[in-house]
Design a protein around this ligand. Sequence first.
Ligand code: SIN
Length: 328
Amino acid sequence: MSFKKSIIGTTTALLCAFAFNASAEAIKIKFSHVVAENTPKGQMALKFKELVESRLAGKVEVDVFPNSQLFGDNKVLEAMQLGDVQLAAPSLSKFDKYTKKLQIFDLPFLFSDIQAVDRFQQSAAGEKLLNSMSRKGLHGLGYLHNGMKQLSSSSPLSVPSDVIGKKFRIMTSDVLAAQFEAVEAVPVKKPFSEVFTLLQTKAIDGQENTWSNIYSKKFFEVQDFITESDHGVLDYLVVTSKEFWTSLPDDIRDELKVSIDEAIKYGNSIAIEKAEQDKQKIIDSNRSTIIYLSKEERQEWVNAMQPVWKQFESEIGKDLIDAAIASN
Ligand code: SIN
């Protein structure tokens, strides 16, 4: 090969490499969720975007879609398996189709408070659950808190007999269905995006949710009563697809994981305070009457709902339930 030809060849190769680099597209991450932005999950997602776009500027772009704008909670995991969304944080009750193990978080009156939930999530047993859906192509990245659930209703609820025959919207979890059946209520599985309208039109009588969701989605404006029951937890699993996660260059994946951990820490740090603030805003609104249970009334709910643990013990595992109890 002549010297001239070799120079032309080398220059062309360099130009091609340069052109490739210049046009190398940033990795795009779509983060889809169903709640409002002023919630622990909404804030966590925005913090993640902020961290990633300052640390991996030009290499990774994050688009956050709140309020079920991109996918509702019944569709997001299927979309993730198809590669249409890269990050989500569905509530732990919405993985029923993918693993029975995460149902542990739905057992009524299992955790005494959110601190106990946190201790369990950080334990070896809790950490192991993060990857309980590996065979379904889903990779758990971390737990995120929202808070303890309360019961809202169009009529006052103090004891279990108050809910007999009443319709309650639940997330897609068989444990939650059993929980309402245990008190002779009628569970109705519906997506989060439909709850407000179902309540407003009185198609259902009530629902269970956290202070943050009841406030940010205005459920308190269409429910006359909220019973502070703290009967269960509503937390999240930040999740991605195994295919997407393993396709990332090592350095990018490491940086994304650090940013997710930091964003989760931030979300968790505001969750408890947010629950208190949102509860107070509901009280101040005078739109809904808050019912506080006496010790005896609360015990009636525990007695009625706790048999659900036994019903799901073989699916969840007794060891896991014992580990959760130990975290109290
Ligand atoms: C969420 O907090 O992501 C939604 C909870 C629900 O479906 O009730």
